[in-house]
Ligand binder design. Structure first.
Ligand SMILES: NC(=O)c1ccc[n+]([C@@H]2O[C@H](COP(=O)([O-])OP(=O)(O)OC[C@H]3O[C@@H](n4cnc5c(N)ncnc54)[C@H](OP(=O)(O)O)[C@@H]3O)[C@@H](O)[C@H]2O)c1
Length: 216
């Protein structure tokens, strides 16, 4: 499959690129810094330059043209509200019509666990980030695409042991970035898995088995 990964150089995205290449997919990775192109090439992916702060609807169309699937795993992190609005909110919102226009149906979006801020002191910027993610989720869920929204708990920099809890409604917890990447790769391998928002944490069930549970 020809897969565009937006956020290909991130903690989740870079792990995902390697997994998809390893599985034989043709992976295209969006990056914003020139030096990241070589890294993507070393991983076996095709680099595609693009800054989400600058990209316009036509740039999204150019980026997705000819793809079989698109993964959106980019995020502004702590860069600020303007960046969160543009990347975490507008990004998927602009991606959806671009994919519809280009006839690319498969979309996997990395969102956030709804309980992320509960029982914690969080800054206003965090509330803003959560609102941007929700705005994006709504745009994706209202689309005519074959979408899956993944909602990971708190991301931990680790490969993970490949075992997760993945459910429509699940208890909140941490999740290894490697496990999130494995879950995205697992969704890509399961075209029947669509129109689901999946809460994801580390757990006891192998990723493939957890995703197959959505057949019921
Ligand atoms: N942190 C958490 O606990 C948590 C929890 C749930 C969900 N999430 C979400 O999970 C997703 C993946 O997280 P992660 O840890 O992999 O994030 P990350 O390591 O910060 O990676 C973010 C990716 O987005 C890219 N990006 C940022 N600004 C960009 C721009 N202007 N143009 C193009 N690309 C840009 C980054 O590129 P560079 O390499 O150039 O920076 C990087 O590839 C994000 O959507 C995040 O919001 C995070």
């Amino acid at each position: 499959m020809k897969v565009l990964v937006i956020g290909a150089t991130g903690g989740v995205g870079s792990r995902l690129v390697s997994m998809l290449v390893e599985s034989g997919h043709e992976v295209h990775g969006l990056h914003r810094k020139p030096e990241q192109a070589k890294m993507l090439q070393r991983q076996g992916a095709t680099p595609r330059a693009g800054d989400l702060m600058e990209m316009r609807p036509s740039d999204y169309r150019d980026a997705v043209r000819g793809m079989d699937a698109v993964v959106f795993s980019a995020g502004a992190g702590g860069a600020g509200e303007v960046q969160a609005a543009r990347i975490d909110g507008d990004g998927p919102e602009m991606l959806v019509p671009a994919m519809e226009a280009e006839g690319v149906r498969r979309l996997v979006v990395v969102s956030v666990f709804p309980e992320a801020g509960r029982a914690r002191q969080v800054p206003d910027t965090f509330e803003h980030y959560m609102a941007c993610k929700k705005r994006a989720d709504v745009a994706v869920a209202r689309s005519g695409l074959d979408w899956v929204i993944l909602r990971p708990g708190t991301l931990v920099t680790a490969e993970g042991d490949g075992c997760v809890t993945a459910a429509r409604v699940a208890p909140y917890g941490d999740v290894a970035r490697g496990n999130v990447a494995a879950a995205i790769a697992g969704v890509i391998e399961r075209p029947w898995l669509r129109w689901e928002a999946i809460e994801l944490t580390d757990g006891e069930t192998p990723v493939g088995e957890a995703l197959d549970g959505f057949r019921r």
